[in-house]
Ligand binder design. Sequence first.
Ligand code: KG4
Ligand code: ZN
Length: 354
Amino acid sequence: MRVLGIESSCDETGAAVVEGEGGKLKLLSNDVASSADLHRQYGGVVPEIAARSHIEAINPIIQQALKDAECGWDEIDAIAVTKGPGLGGSLLVGVMTARTLAILHNKPLYGVNHVLAHTYAAFITEAKADYELPPEAPEFPLLALIVSGGHTQLVYFKDHFKYSLLGATTDDAVGEAYDKTAKILGLPYPGGPEIEKLAKKGDPNKYQLPKAKTENKYGFSYSGLKTAVLRLAQAQVGQDYNFPSHKVAEALSGGQKADIAASFNKVAIETLVDKTMRAFEEYAPKSVVISGGVSASHELREQMKSILPVRPVFADPKLCTDNGAMIAAAGYFMAKSVSPDNPRILEIIPSLSM
Ligand code: KG4
Ligand code: ZN
């Protein structure tokens, strides 16, 4: 069975074709157009710019994905599209395109939860192109840590689409904390890879940044850490909390920036590792999947591998940030277990939760 996956929830327009057989997934194509360059000067995603970029990119990206997969419409068995959560204008472009294509080509349509789908990227174990894929798909019951720019959550899956949310962030997502810290340090958006690069040059033990205490033992909170970074940076340049955040970066030395990046990176990752380990001990899952944009972090990967008693499953770094492949992968398993959506009425759900 071949599924075309379409993603447009934030600033990436993605389309991909995944082939599934007997529960095994092979990636035939994966094309992504990002509008991140256009958002860079604003330090974050501008919804109107993102939506306009999706409109321009979506048809060419879908055509490219079909071409790369060497398949025509008659070889596509289903269409999967992100229905939420995400930016309203961005989601609309993907969903309206998918609805139109489903009607035009008479294909079953599946509206996918984007956050859930991040975990499904780890089910892809084969690809036509060069990817660093897990040798085997994760097994149930599985524990998933989903860490992205919009979400930070621990989920326990008994089986496909049968899950309970153990905990989530009560304020900022971890990726958002990376992006905001990067902005304070004068680094471009998206901040995660930039912080990771700079952190390698700094001392992670130079500054003691706080680890948030949460009511739920599997909950997360990253807004305090972001504020602590700002206060630390202001103090390092001899100023107090009144000093404007946009002036901090130019006043900091290269060494100070690297030490702040390293100290932030250490605390952000330690919190994720500690809570995942705690949930592992309580739930004893067969597999642990770490997914979402932040799971591209090498440091996070290394720490998880060294501490967890089972080898954690990561998707290829190219499949950790937003893409159509993860949507197609989730769509394949949905096609096996639930009825398709009506292509004439499938709605976007910008605040969809798990
Ligand atoms: O999953 P994703 O592409 O989009 C959302 O669904 O939010 O995640 C993007 C997030 C951004 O906040 C970005 O800074 C972060 O993932 N990210 C990283 C790394 N690469 C991307 N964070 C830490 N280390 C990285 N290497
Ligand atoms: Zn995402």
